[in-house]
Design a protein around this ligand. Structure first.
Ligand code: PEP
Ligand code: MG
Length: 753
């Protein structure tokens, strides 16, 4: 308790200094005097960052003539060492330390022991606070902590007085931490450069000394209660079902949120006179120090979770609960998150969002599809992301090479620019074939459509060189809306898309909501433990026929006077298709009866994504005008492998016989019934996979717009017949590595990927 009292006394006196009207330099002089008195040290000094070096700004005990004269670079001397490592340093015999740098002008010959702490702002060292004692002595933990607390208050003072600006701090942070490279998994190809922006922004504590300790205590109790409720609510939500990674993280959160030790430590810090925010941060930096010295990956992971939770507590306390999207992003931003939902991603301003880096993520999760539609590269499964990236760091996302380059050196930036130039040249090559048809050397024509979901996408048809839109995911509009989009809004989107597409066809898919595309204003199934296989897509739409009727009306009205292509997602039984089609027909008849204009023709299609439907193609196909294979869902159901589970992200190969054979069955059945078959999953957007599909007989692909250039160029240089024959042989034999075989066969034809 005596320790608490000592710390409280320092803070009380600091409070008076901070509240005073004196100039910043005078306040710094008061602080060193106060620190020396409270810690009984002969010396107390403050070094601050100026022009990239640490300058002695105030001292009690060293020669006053050294103030603004003694300067140390980052990493130089004990002070530079503390700033560079952003860690405290306590020595009984300072001169024995290899980094000790003697500065005669300070007159420090007489002092043996030394203890210094970094002054931090936004995780960058902007200065150092140090004390020295004449006698060799070991510093107690409480003394170091007291200095750290003073360091926090100094940070507020320094920032408030404009002595070190944030830009300088950011430059310093970059210089301190050095370049780092982390590996991940390419989820959306591309190359991007920008500044790190945390999806859940970190709170910068601006006010450190409490005016009223009791009030701060109450604020903390209140924030803990709110945070616990939030976590309990999240645990109850269906997307966090037991057994998933999310759930595991939440379990850990919950454990810490209810951990009395953590709350007690924060309370003790408040007792010393800190605000609740500063107290959380005080305990958090202690935790971070521990994190650095621990090697055990499991413990490290738990401490990262605790760090994350401390950030959440800070946000709750300061009322800054919005995501970076809600706060607004500027410049070129690279978004950093553990994971994201598709709706969360859609909230970001496309003009500023250049890339996304996730600690989790998997290839066919809907958020990735949205990112692909937005043309934003995504790197996923980046381990230790949060431990290595700071808010504001410069980043290069090189998804193609599965790499994240943090605080790149000038040389790395140069090679990034060279890579960009190369990509631009490649894009020029693709642009040359953009308006040419995708016809192979041996005369096979492949129709290339694009996948879309936003109004802007339709305008991209000519740019992408697509034959139309093969899959318009209408649920994107629902995902970006805070409330159910009314019929007029739906209709105006569909009309806009049709107008932008001109005479090119557009296939509208009715809403595929539910699963990982839950929207708050439509009740899903709270009890759904397996949302991807649960109450979603057509099941939900048929169950809530009001929703489906409104959408049907909007589509019929938008396509009045022209052909409407409408497709239903997740059809599992032919009767579901018949019912959905009947529902649209009913609306068409109603509109016609009441004298409204209707489409000249309606083409009805079914998505083939549930294996059960493939067993009933002979019953389904006579009812349909076209079908489209959704390989994302089909793969997840065929392999019983959740498409959003990062652990399964690269477990099953799209070029495995199981998938290729199933697709072949659909293609053959389509040919038999004269029903066109398109493939519209992500698989078709990857050149080698597209080649495999074409070799199987697929003649229509609907893919990401960015894939059209490379795939068209590939088709135009390929001779398909021998590949089709080889494919039949590979599929007939056991144990063939089709990826390797196809890749070599393609290379022999001079195709490059
Ligand atoms: C699919 O499942 O492959 C598909 C195209 O639909 P979505 O990705 O929207 O589920
Ligand atoms: Mg699907």
């Amino acid at each position: 308790m005596a320790q608490v009292n000592a710390a409280r006394e320092i803070l009380r006196r600091l409070h008076d200094v901070m509240a005073g009207k004196a100039a910043a330099q005078v306040k710094l002089n008061q602080v060193v005097k106060l620190v020396a008195a409270e810690l009984g040290s002969e010396v107390a000094s403050i070094y601050l960052l100026r022009d990239g070096v640490l300058e002695l700004f105030a001292t009690q005990g060293l020669a006053q003539s050294a103030v603004h004269v003694t300067r140390l670079s980052m990493g130089q001397g004990l002070v530079g060492n503390i700033a560079a490592r952003r860690e405290p340093l306590a020595l009984a015999e300072a001169k024995a330390h290899p980094d000790f740098a003697y500065r005669p002008e300070t007159g420090e010959d007489d002092f043996h022991s030394f203890c210094g702490v970094p002054i931090l702002r936004r995780e960058a060292a902007i200065g150092v606070l140090a004390v020295q004692h004449r006698e060799p002595r070991n510093y107690a933990e409480v003394e170091i902590e007291a200095l750290q607390t003073v360091g926090m208050v100094l940070s507020e003072l320094i920032h408030g007085a404009g002595l070190v600006d944030d830009a300088q701090a950011a430059r310093m942070r970059a210089a301190n931490s050095g370049p780092t490279r982390l590996n991940g998994l390419k989820l959306v190809d591309g190359l991007a450069r920008g500044v790190a922006v945390f999806h859940q922004p970190r709170v910068v504590v601006e006010h450190t000394v409490a005016d009223d300790v009791d009030a701060e205590r109450v604020r903390l109790v209140d924030a803990f209660a709110r945070m616990r409720t939030q976590i309990d609510d999240m645990m109850g939500r269906s997307e966090f079902v037991a057994g998933t990674d999310h759930h595991e993280i939440l379990e850990t959160y919950k454990m810490f949120a209810y951990d009395e030790g953590w709350a007690r430590r924060i309370n003790e810090a408040i007792e010393t006179g800190l605000t609740a925010e500063a107290a959380v941060e005080r305990v958090q930096s202690r935790n971070r120090l521990r994190m650095r010295s621990i090697d055990d990956p499991y413990l490290k992971e738990r401490l990262t979770d605790l760090d994350d939770l401390a950030n959440r507590l800070l946000r709750t306390l300061s009322g800054q609960l919005g995501t970076a999207a809600q706060l607004g992003i500027t410049g070129d931003a690279i978004l950093i998150a553990r994971n994201l939902g598709p709706a969360e991603l859609l909230e970001y301003d496309k003009r500023h969002l250049k890339g996304v880096v996730l600690e989790e993520g998997s290839l066919t999760a809907h958020v990735i599809i949205v990112a692909r539609a937005m043309g934003v590269p995504v790197l996923g499964r980046v381990d230790q992301l949060f431990a290595n990236v700071n808010d504001g760091d410069e980043l290069i996302v090189d998804a193609g090479n599965n790499a994240l380059l943090i605080r790149p050196t000038a040389a790395t930036i140069k090679s990034y620019q060279a890579m960009r130039a190369l990509k631009a040249r490649q894009a020029e090559q693709w642009a040359k074939v953009r308006d040419l048809p995708a016809i192979s050397k041996d005369g096979r024509h492949i129709a290339l459509y694009m996948n879309a979901g936003l109004l802007d996408d339709a305008a991209a048809i000519p740019l992408a060189g697509a034959d139309g839109i093969g899959l318009f995911r209408t649920e994107f509009q629902f995902l970006v809306s805070a409330t159910l989009p009314r019929r007029e809004r739906q209709q105006s989107l569909y009309r806009g898309v049709l107008e932008a597409a001109g005479d090119k066809p557009v296939v509208f898919r009715t809403v595929d909501i539910g699963g990982d595309k839950a929207v708050p204003y439509i009740d899903g199934d709270e009890e759904d433990e397996n949302p991807a296989m649960g109450w979603r897509a057509l099941r939900l739409a048929l169950g809530r026929s009001g929703l489906m009727k409104v959408q049907a009306r909007a589509l019929l009205e938008a396509a009045a006077g022209r052909t409407l292509n409408v497709m239903f997602p997740m059809v599992s039984e032919p009767w579901e298709f018949a019912e959905a089609r009947g529902l649209v027909e009913q609306q068409r008849e109603r509109l016609a009866r009441t004298g409204h204009a209707v489409p000249t023709e309606i083409q009805y299609g079914a998505m083939i994504e549930v294996p059960a439907l493939i067993e009933q193609l002979d019953l389904l196909l006579p009812m349909t005008d076209f079908v489209s294979i959704g390989t994302n869902d089909l793969t997840q159901f065929l392999f019983a492998a959740d498409r959003a589970n990062p652990r399964l992200a690269d477990r099953y190969d799209w070029l495995s016989p199981a998938i290729l054979r199933v697709i072949r069955r659909v293609v053959c059945a389509g040919a038999e019934h004269d029903v066109p078959v398109t493939v519209c999953g992500e698989m078709g957007g990857r050149p080698l996979e597209a080649l495999a599909l074409i070799a199987l007989g697929v003649e229509r692909l609907s893919i990401t717009p960015a894939g059209i250039g490379p795939i068209k160029a590939m088709i135009r240089s390929a001779t398909l017949e021998p590949l089709s024959q080889a494919m039949q042989e590979w599929l007939a034999k056991p144990g063939v590595n089709i990826r390797a075989e196809l890749s070599s066969a393609a290379k022999r034809q001079g195709l490059s990927f």
